[in-house]
Ligand binder design. Structure first.
Ligand code: APR
Ligand code: PHB
Length: 389
């Protein structure tokens, strides 16, 4: 088979790229290792920057988002389960965030691709890239036990952190940057009415976060040890911990109930540079990971795809290859901003195992400064709602 752009991975990055390219009349094939059901069941973050909302709306993917997304006009940070800083992002930077789950975005994208009769090719195994530095890159894979070959003009590596495409960039060209954090997040989903606000908490027992997916679906997290397993965390223990880490007036508003999902995620920052090599371009988690604090992962995948689709559209409309040639540099500038911000917010809000009393005081003083300085709040909001594309 031959196509213009071969896309590996049908997560938000690969599926959005496919849809944007089809809209510009560029042929593409998406190869996804998992089944459609598996991808749609995956639970991920769910807060969208204003730029992400705009990209999705401009791509005609805004209908359900407009109807069901919940606008967050504030960012709320509690500490010592006493103080609560509530910053109005609309007031500070004239932009807002929106709660809308990645699962819902994934459904919207698959629906759009189905409507074109161009769904991803699911259950594609053993994907391998070939000749990416040449003008004729190709992908080999197996499907239902049959060996297949896909010849492409370009390959987009959208296969997430555990994918294979990044490894097609030779080791002597690729540089990796990594930071692993000494704790995890225990997350639960419960069919209870969420708090109307997004609430982040710094507490001596560790970080906590109250978030939402829909009017009757709440998402909560508490910082936990990397040695913990979900068996260590009964629902009762989870609720006790969560409620003790946030101010009592907020805790009183939380509806508890049985968890319908419970999982532990480690926290990591990771960047692979460059994000392009020959005719291979990486986008999303394939090239970078951020800790979930601040919910930048999905937003970065969308901004990468925004840049990459523009570069590819320029190429095929004879507008030239300059934009595509500058893809890695442009994407990495934004990636590093989000990597730095996620690291900063993670450092501000978590309890580190080796934290000294000095570290604790400086962390607390940063929260006090943030609550008293309009300039500091504006800097936080500008990055939280997302730097311009
Ligand atoms: N062959 C084909 N597909 C693959 C392969 C492979 N070898 N390896 C991985 N994949 C698929 C995965 O099954 C997954 O569906 O690539 C897809 C990558 O999707 P995501 O991991 O969701 O990554 P991305 O699309 O970049 O989206 C980033 O996802 O991880 C979250 O927080 C992150 O919200 C952010 C978003
Ligand atoms: C989530 O809802 O999963 C979420 C929200 C905000 C974050 C991280 C995760 O900063």
């Amino acid at each position: 088979m031959k196509t213009q752009v071969g896309i590996v991975g049908a997560g938000p990055a690969g599926a959005l790229l496919s849809e944007l390219l089809w809209q510009a009349g560029i042929e593409n094939v998406v190869l996804e290792r998992q089944s459609r059901g598996y991808v749609l069941e995956r639970i991920r973050a769910g807060v969208l920057e204003s730029g992400t909302i705009e990209i999705l709306r401009n791509a005609g993917l805004g209908a359900r988002l407009n109807a069901n997304g919940h606008v967050h006009e504030t960012i709320n940070i509690a500490w010592r389960a006493e103080e609560l800083l509530s910053i109005d992002t609309a007031d500070r930077v004239d932009r807002v965030m929106m709660a809308y789950g990645q699962t819902a975005i994934q459904e919207d994208l698959y629906r759009a691709l189905d409507a074109r009769d161009r769904p991803p090719r699911f259950d594609a195994d053993d994907v391998e890239l070939h000749d990416v530095a040449s003008d004729r890159p190709w992908i080999s894979y197996t499907h239902n036990g049959i060996d297949e070959r896909l010849d492409c003009d370009f390959i987009a590596g959208c296969d997430g952190f555990h994918g294979v495409t990044r490894h097609a960039i030779p080791g002597n060209v690729r540089t990796e940057f990594e930071k692993v954090y000494p704790f995890g997040w225990l997350g639960i989903m419960s069919e209870t009415k969420p708090l109307p606000i997004l609430l982040y908490a710094n507490h001596q027992k560790g970080f906590a976060l109250c978030s939402m997916r829909s009017p009757m679906l709440s998402r909560y997290y508490v910082q936990c040890s990397l040695e913990d397993t979900i068996d260590d965390w009964s629902d009762d223990r989870f609720w006790d911990e969560l409620l003790s880490r946030i101010p009592s007036d907020q805790a009183a508003k939380i509806q508890t109930g049985p968890s319908i999902e419970k999982s532990i995620a480690p926290l990591r920052s990771y960047v692979a540079e460059p994000m392009q090599h020959g005719r291979l371009f990486l986008a999303g988690d394939a090239a970078h990971i951020v800790p979930p604090t601040g919910a930048k992962g999905l937003n970065l995948a969308v901004s990468d795809v925004h840049y990459l689709s523009k570069g590819l559209i320029d190429h095929y409309t004879s507008a030239g290859d300059d934009y595509l040639a500058g893809y890695s540099k442009r994407a990495l500038t934004r990636v590093w901003s989000a990597v730095r911000f996620s690291w900063w917010l993670t450092s501000l809000l978590h309890r580190f195992p080796d934290q000294t009393p000095f570290d604790q005081r400086t962390q607390e003083q940063e929260l006090i400064y943030l609550s008293s300085s309009r300039a500091a709040q504006t800097a936080l909001c500008e990055q939280y709602v997302g730097l311009p594309l």
